[in-house]
Design a binder for this molecule. Structure first.
Ligand code: DUC
Ligand code: ZN
Ligand code: ZN
Ligand code: ZN
Length: 483
């Protein structure tokens, strides 16, 4: 059975034009005027765009003594409801756990996914076994490795481990990712704040100032350069981190930066709300920043020094958050956003003139498809691509409320936010998954997307190549002992 989207304007990362889109067996088979199929979907007044890709989610993740509340069933349903047709989740081995065993555990969580997904593998410990297994992980189509520079005593890796892993990534053509916050300083600041009786959610923000992020981002960039590998920095929240990325790119290094929709639109005043629940629900790492940092992130998206907007969707219920009453370090870190990323970015970005529609597609879909080497299977409207398509109605409005969301948690950090611009239809590999407010997503429809190492993007332009393969200097006439 073929399907056709008629009368819309196709919007991709590089152009916009009027054409119909015909697809069959999950793939786009024709694009052009006046196409016909077994089922026709009217896109009059709408934009036909590649479905969103969220490269940063934590679904059903064991973390801080609990599990994030949205699993692959509710999480991918939320994604589709908001126009996102693929998620990339993090597989997190426990300390000393074999990577392949963790991968099996994560794979077991996905049976009810209704959109396609992939994984990043986290490097949470280091040893010969990890070194060896990284090659098998790449063979299985997982070509990106995440490193936590924070969460001391849990997920954090030290610089020597990170340097070893980055070199291994370079050998394998894989892309290292970093959560860049100085975990030692965060731990010290947290203890200081608690000792002074500052135990509320605002203490979380004080314990992770922009400087800890700027320092770690710089450090990770320098270590990546020495290892001769590109770098992807997740959840860039502040000017200090953005500045480091900008500078590296100006020098010719392949460094990518990912702001989150939350940091672009919500600020630190949320932590000073008198209602403990309100503030704790917004505790995530890095924390929300002030308006100057927000302006820096928007500028980065406009200038191209930041390339991707994600969510870090890691949702906890109010009751889970309350575990941190009396000690902010025990508030599970994370916020939701999967369903809201596209409508909120469209409303605050495209409707305000900060982003063009084509830039919107680039930062929500196409850029990350290229960075993670799954373009044009994903992130494109082109013959042969997966029919992951959102038909976007720029006039549809909604007030965001947890009462109508797909996420299972009992609040929404965007509660009350009015969005203009929402999906009319969403297709996941050709399956109609969303029709306006009606969710037709099919649990189990989602498939794993395997990725190849990327010879083009995953090659560093390192200034340190000589150091990783030192030349022996021949000097005639100088005594050997003097060399
Ligand atoms: N930050 C969060 O807020 N939650 C999950 C992990 C992370 O780095
Ligand atoms: Zn006709
Ligand atoms: Zn993180
Ligand atoms: Zn994360």
């Amino acid at each position: 059975m073929s399907k056709v989207i008629k009368n819309g304007t196709i919007v991709t990362a590089d152009r916009s034009w009027r054409a119909d889109v015909l697809f069959k067996h999950g793939k786009i088979i024709a694009i052009g005027p006046d196409l016909h199929g077994d089922h026709e979907f009217d896109a009059t007044g709408c934009y036909v765009m590649p479905g969103g890709i969220d490269p940063h989610t934590h679904l059903e993740m064991p973390f801080m003594g609990t599990y994030s509340a949205d699993d692959f069933e509710s999480g991918t349903r939320a994604a589709l409801a908001g126009g996102t047709t693929m998620v990339v989740d993090f597989c997190l081995p426990a300390p000393q756990q074999p990577l392949l065993e963790a991968l099996q555990m994560w794979d077991n969580k996905t049976s009810k996914a209704s959109c396609d997904y992939s994984f990043h593998m986290a490097i949470t410990w280091w040893g010969k076994q990890v070194f060896d297994e990284m090659a098998t992980v790449v063979d299985k189509g997982i070509t990106s490795f995440k490193h936590f520079m924070a969460y001391k005593g849990a997920l954090m890796v030290d610089d020597d481990e990170m340097y070893s892993s980055f070199q291994r990534c370079a050998d394998l053509g894989a892309l290292p990712l970093v959560h860049a916050e100085n975990g030692d300083v965060v731990a010290a600041l947290s203890q200081k704040l608690l000792a002074a009786g500052n135990n509320g959610p605002e203490g979380h923000a004080y314990s992770r100032p922009p400087e800890v992020e700027g320092e770690a981002t710089n450090r990770a960039i320098m270590i990546a350069d020495m290892a001769g590998v590109p770098l992807y920095v997740v959840h860039v929240s502040c000017e200090q981190a953005h500045e480091a990325i900008r500078r590296a790119r100006q020098k010719g290094m392949r460094v990518f930066g990912e702001p989150l929709i939350q940091h672009l639109t919500l600020d630190e005043s949320e932590y000073f709300n008198k209602d403990w629940d309100h503030a704790a629900r917004r505790v995530m790492s890095p924390p929300f920043r002030n308006k100057l940092h927000q302006d820096s992130l928007w500028a980065g998206l406009q200038a191209g020094s930041l390339q991707v907007v994600a969510t870090d969707h890691c949702a906890f219920t109010t009751s889970q958050k309350r575990n941190g009453i009396g000690d902010f370090t025990k508030i599970p870190n994370g916020t939701g956003g999967l369903e809201d990323r596209l409508p909120v970015l469209w409303t605050t970005g495209v409707n305000t003139g900060r982003l063009t529609m084509n830039e919107f597609v680039a930062v929500t879909s196409t850029n990350i498809a290229k960075i993670l080497n799954m373009y044009p299977k994903k992130g494109a409207i082109v013959e042969g691509a997966d029919a992951d398509i959102v038909v976007w109605d720029p006039k549809r409005k909604r007030t965001i409320t947890s009462k109508k969301q797909q996420s299972v948690i009992d609040y929404n950090v965007f509660e009350g936010f009015e969005v203009t611009g929402l999906p009319r239809f969403v297709f996941s590999r050709g399956e109609l998954s969303i029709q306006e407010a009606e969710v037709k997503a099919k649990p189990g429809h989602g498939e794993f997307v395997a990725r190849e190492p990327n010879a083009a993007i995953n090659r560093a332009l390192s200034t340190w190549k000589e150091i990783s393969a030192p030349r022996k200097v021949e000097r005639s006439g100088i005594p050997a002992t003097g060399v």
